[in-house]
Design a protein around this ligand. Structure first.
Ligand code: OAD
Length: 230
């Protein structure tokens, strides 16, 4: 990996699974037990902001009790030690990569610790747990706050996804860790990297739609496989 000029790491929920954060599509995945359209869409928030916030508050509580695992730690160390360009693109909103020390990263699906006012548009980090009332209100204008995450049917933050596509298009190596590779536009990134000539390694205990195109598939859990390289 040292020889690769430009490295992109793409992660999904699987990298945080060994930390205790549930994935979305696995056996106990969130989308097996909850309906995305009732909890993670602009329509759901318009219908019942309190219900949506109860779900996000539950996830914030869950994530607050979790720590980075050796998978996150390996990726943070790769960033520190790699001499060429490096970018971590994560679909995760849990903030565990930053806790592990990653700093060259884009969170393309947002950050569960950010809140954004639906009236004045201001956004900030807010780690209040639990909020005294749900849904929480903006300190500045009293408007309704929403979680700073991307919901189904919403556009991804332009700058973040732009950086991710540019990096994927020019990387030499892409390491794809713990994602089912089914949610677009992020699932295009490994395709783009392959088309542009990059070497793509997948780390996942299961096969995904990316597997047939990946140059190597390391079958196993991120913490074990990447932790073993630490
Ligand atoms: P998924 O839940 O779809 O996929 C998790 C992947 O991690 C699966 O391929 C598992 O096989 C794999 N996995 C499970 N345990 C693992 C482990 N210990 N180590 C490595 N891999 C493991 O999660 P994502 O691909 O992240 O979007 O889902 C993408 C997006 O769909 C999420 O960002 C979220 C969701 O709906 C939004 O909320 C917008």
């Amino acid at each position: 990996m040292d020889d690769a000029g430009s490295v992109v790491v793409l992660t999904g929920a699987g990298v945080s699974a060994e930390s205790g954060v549930p994935t979305f599509r696995g056996e106990d995945g969130l989308w097996r037990n909850f309906r995305a359209e009732e909890l993670a869409t602009p329509g759901a928030f318009a219908r019942d902001a309190k219900l949506v916030w109860e779900w996000y508050q539950w996830r914030r509580e869950l994530v607050a009790a979790c720590k980075p695992n050796p998978g996150h730690e390996f990726i943070a160390r790769l960033e520190r030690e790699h001499r060429g360009d490096f970018l971590l693109v994560t679909q995760n909103v849990d903030g565990l990569h930053r806790l592990a020390g990653s700093s060259k990263l884009v969170e393309v699906h947002g950050d569960i610790w950010q809140v954004r006012c639906t009236s004045c548009g201001s956004s900030r980090e807010d780690r209040t747990l639990p909020f005294p009332e749900l849904p929480p209100k903006c300190d500045g204008c009293g408007g309704l706050l929403r979680p700073g995450v991307v919901w189904f049917g919403e556009a991804l933050p332009e700058e973040a996804i732009g950086r991710a596509f540019a990096a994927a298009n020019s990387c030499d190596l892409m390491l794809v860790v713990g994602t089912s590779a089914v949610v677009y536009p992020v699932a295009y990134l490994p395709e783009l990297a392959k088309d542009a000539g990059a070497y793509v390694i997948e780390v996942n205990p299961d096969e995904t739609p990316l597997t047939p195109r990946a140059d190597e598939s390391w079958r196993g859990k991120a913490g074990e496989v990447l932790g073993g390289l630490l």
